[in-house]
Ligand binder design. Structure first.
Ligand SMILES: Cc1cc2nc3c(=O)[nH]c(=O)nc-3n(C[C@H](O)[C@H](O)[C@H](O)COP(=O)(O)OP(=O)(O)OC[C@H]3O[C@@H](n4cnc5c(N)ncnc54)[C@H](O)[C@@H]3O)c2cc1C
Length: 409
């Protein structure tokens, strides 16, 4: 076992940190306030390689490891603790990878280079109004005729709706749909590369809404409804009826990067807190950091942050062993517990750190100018459910450790 990063990994991380300090840090508050990541910044991140870290060089990516991708996401979130930029980047490094693994070659060649350059957004469209945790119950349905699927249904709380349908040249989502029958269950789920807008043109009718959110202002979340929207069969991702497994693989990859974003944002918050307690003087000039009740709490939180980071990096390292190195002793299901631990621990730790740091800062933290609340609201998206609810992570851990039959009763 080796717990240190290689020199190359350290260098990669430092390069991303320098980029983020120069191009993101000066704009993060304005981005959070305005609700848009400027297109020029998205393109610049593309030029820097940040939008295609694990995508192979054949499609314009860097062909990097997921370990480095996670390190990069942590740095981006440190410099935009409201996490919109880290989330934009993580979605576009997570879900397109599924295309690289399972899509037709011509679809990969069409979509991946555009995502990598920041011309297209590519995320995930799974959630429906009846409850995002219950994938087996989705109602979106695709019917095939003459090599073209007609998809009908409604998705809600989907990241990237404005980016795809208004801001960039287009893109879309890995669409999760029932095929064959609408029966409850996961054996009739198929995934598609659903690209409703390409090169600035809408390819069918799509009703959409963009929601007002309380945090992570730069990235949009919305919903859309389609009725018989055509998707050519070559945009099917993986086999018919096997979409559930592809979706779960995608979640396992994306959730690691989510945890990395929470770690980066929380590290920023803890640094703000440390700066504050070192300088704030109370009770006849004593530093706040000199009170045991404060520095003991710091150490507890720091320990939790390091644990969250180690969970994250271990899960990313495992992804590389499975998908890049083809380690015969591992399979994608071995990621379930390590990833669920990282996705569970990341947001919980970050929320605890934000709460404590805001208490250390007292009334100042409640003022808009402190900006700390922006990070807290950003990471809250992951505590309430984005990329899978916290209880779902606990179900995965218990199911795989105690045993499926033992937790069913
Ligand atoms: C900012 C944001 C962005 C998002 N972006 C996307 C996106 O891009 N694409 C997408 O598809 N979805 C997206 N989502 C939706 C997200 O995936 C869902 O919020 C998530 O799957 C949970 O679904 P839900 O919110 O409908 O809650 P529900 O499924 O209704 O669950 C409610 C609560 O019950 C808990 N729960 C559920 N089942 C159980 C159980 N069996 N036992 C105990 N507790 C349980 C959950 O953990 C949760 O706390 C986004 C959400 C947010 C907030």
């Amino acid at each position: 076992m080796d717990f240190s990063l290689s020199r190359e990994d350290e260098l990669f991380k430092r390069n991303v940190a320098e980029f983020a300090k120069e191009y993101i840090e000066p704009r993060w508050v304005e981005i959070d306030e305005s609700g848009v990541i400027p297109t020029d910044l998205i393109r610049r991140m593309g030029e820097q390689g940040l939008l295609g870290m694990p995508i192979s060089e054949e499609y314009g990516g860097l062909g990097e490891t997921y370990l480095r991708t996670a390190l990069a996401i942590e740095e981006l979130a440190y410099h935009d603790p409201a996490v919109a930029i880290a989330v934009y980047v993580l979605l576009n490094n997570g879900w397109p990878y599924l295309l690289q693994l399972y899509a037709n070659d011509d679809v990969k060649a069409e979509v991946l280079p555009r995502v990598v350059k920041g011309e297209y957004f590519f995320g995930i469209a799974s959630t429906e109004a009846h409850g995002g945790s219950d994938v087996a119950g989705i109602k979106t349905f695709a019917e095939k005729g003459d090599g073209v699927w007609r998809v009908s249904g409604e998705k809600i709380y989907i990241s990237g709706v404005r980016e795809v349908l208004e801001q960039l040249d287009g893109g879309g989502w890995l669409l999760v749909s029932k095929t064959g029958s609408l029966d409850y269950g996961h054996r009739n789920i198929t995934t598609f590369a659903f690209l409703p807008r390409r090169n600035g043109e809408l390819l069918g009718e799509i009703d959409y809404t963009i929601f007002e959110e309380i945090g992570r202002g730069g990235l949009s979340t919305g919903g859309f409804k389609v009725e018989g929207f055509p998707i050519e069969d070559r945009y099917r991702v993986g086999e018919e009826g096997k979409g559930f497994y592809i979706l779960m693989e995608g979640f396992n990859i994306a959730r690691i990067l989510v945890a990395a974003a929470c770690v980066g944002s929380a590290r920023w918050a803890l640094d703000q807190g440390v700066e504050w307690i070192r300088n704030r003087r109370l009770f006849n000039g004593r530093r706040l950091s000199s009170f045991q009740g404060i520095y003991m709490r710091f150490s507890e939180l720091y320990a939790e942050l390091e644990a969250a980071r180690l969970f994250t990096l271990r899960a990313a390292w495992m992804v590389d062993r499975i998908y890049r190195e083809g380690d015969p002793t591992l399979n994608p299901k071995d990621l379930n517990i390590p990833v669920a631990l990282a996705k569970y621990k990341g947001p919980e730790t970050a929320a605890r750190i934000y709460e404590e740091v805001m208490k250390w800062m007292g009334a100042y933290s409640y003022m808009k100018e402190s900006n700390v609340y922006r990070g807290w609201l950003g990471i809250l998206s992951y505590l309430v459910g984005a990329e899978g609810g916290q209880n779902i992570m606990k179900i995965i851990i218990a199911r795989d450790y105690i045993g499926r039959e033992y937790i069913r009763g």
